[in-house]
Design a protein around this ligand. Structure first.
Ligand SMILES: *Cc1c(COP(=O)(O)O)cnc(C)c1O
Length: 357
């Protein structure tokens, strides 16, 4: 319910519901796709006591250190990089810049819930395109969609990825339409669309430090596009929050993206653990969607997804349950450390055995 001062255009905005972060006891947290590993030691070392003292000063509104580090890592010019307070802020700037009455928004019916929230908030007309029964996306379904398209690749909630050739077909379908590819999970086995940016001015690639860089709490994301398109996004960012990246996160993220060895080590560990977990769940009778992300969307045998989620929570393991009809028979399990996944599997086995009696 709104207060009596709330404006009517906000009355119907349903805010994004983040995964629970309960403080009542120590859970094994497999519900918000965080990394089980700490940030790069270089990111930790970058945040010195002097940097904390320097918090009296504003941060660099151009985020030069960070944008240079990203540009170098991605092989693009600094003018092609826009950074945000999490990729959620980047998405907000992109939607503000490239969507509206004259450019409606199109996205899959199973995907990141924040797209719909942002569209409602900005009063952007939108249409959701149904994913296939196997949760795959057929880019041909977007052929007549005039406006702006946003896709997560690999897709949120399902973990299914599209090949680079499919993304290129989507981008080439209509050169007068912006395609935003949200690559939050691409480092866990997806194919990045970055190599296409040089060729297509209607492509924007969005990335985050929250998942594969273990910096969810630092709130840093970015997008890459051709310079004119990036400048449009920058103009929105400068109109909303010019100092959007704080001093500490700026340095931690810049050091993190330069540390390739640590990145490779931790993302490969997540991929390995995901495959082991998928095998173990299949053996227990789960339906498992093949994932290229740091989570698995699975359907438990003999028990509803909601009951499974609640029983696991009782046993100290948090997974994510979504009530959206298309995935309400499944839970999403983030990939934790090997030990955490062992606990998850042991508890799962125990509660399914109880169920069978
Ligand atoms: C986690 C996630 C984000 C948000 O990431 P932040 O950078 O933490 O704001 C964006 N898109 C998708 C698909 C995600 O899963």
């Amino acid at each position: 319910m709104q207060s009596r001062f709330g404006v009517s255009e906000c009355a119907k905005v349903l805010p994004y519901v983040p995964g629970e972060q309960p403080q009542d006891k120590a859970y094994i947290k497999l519900n918000t796709n965080e990394s089980p590993y700490p940030p790069s030691p270089k990111a930790i070392a970058a945040v010195t006591e002097q940097q904390i003292r320097d918090l009296r000063l504003y941060s660099d509104p151009e985020s030069k250190i960070l944008r240079e580090a990203i540009a170098q890592a991605c092989g693009v010019g600094i003018g092609q990089v826009v950074v945000g307070n999490g990729s959620d802020e980047v998405l907000a700037c992109l939607f503000r810049a490239f969507c509206g009455a004259e450019r409606p928004l199109f996205f899959p019916d199973v995907t990141y819930g924040f797209y719909k929230v942002l569209a409602d908030l900005f009063r952007i007309p939108y249409r959701q395109i149904a994913v296939k029964d196997d949760f795959g996306i057929d880019v041909k379904d977007y052929a007549g969609c005039k406006g702006t398209v946003v896709l997560a690749n690999p897709n949120a909630q399902t973990g299914r990825g599209l090949a680079l050739s499919d993304i290129e077909a989507l981008v080439a379908q209509d050169r007068d339409r912006i395609v935003i590819v949200d690559e939050a999970y691409v480092d866990f086995g997806g194919q990045s669309a970055l190599p296409l940016v040089a060729q297509y001015d209607n492509l924007v690639v969005v990335r985050t430090f929250s998942k594969s860089r273990s910096l969810a709490g630092a709130r840093v994301g970015f997008c890459i596009a051709q310079p004119l398109v990036a400048a449009d996004v920058m103009a929105i960012k400068d109109s909303i929050n010019p100092y959007n990246i704080n001093r500490l996160s700026m340095l931690a993220a810049a050091a993190s993206i330069a540390d390739t060895d640590y990145f490779e080590q931790t993302r490969n560990a997540v991929i390995r653990t995901r495959e082991q977990t998928a095998q173990a769940l299949l053996a227990l009778g789960f339906d498992v969607i093949p994932s290229q992300a740091n989570f698995l969307l699975v359907r438990p045998p003999r028990i509803t997804a909601k009951a499974f989620y609640l029983a696991l929570k009782d046993r100290g393991v948090l997974v994510r349950y979504f009530s959206d009809p298309r995935i309400a028979d499944r839970v999403r399990v983030s990939i934790g450390s090997e030990q955490e996944m062992q606990v998850f599997l042991n508890q799962t086995k125990a509660l399914l055995e109880e169920e069978g009696q």
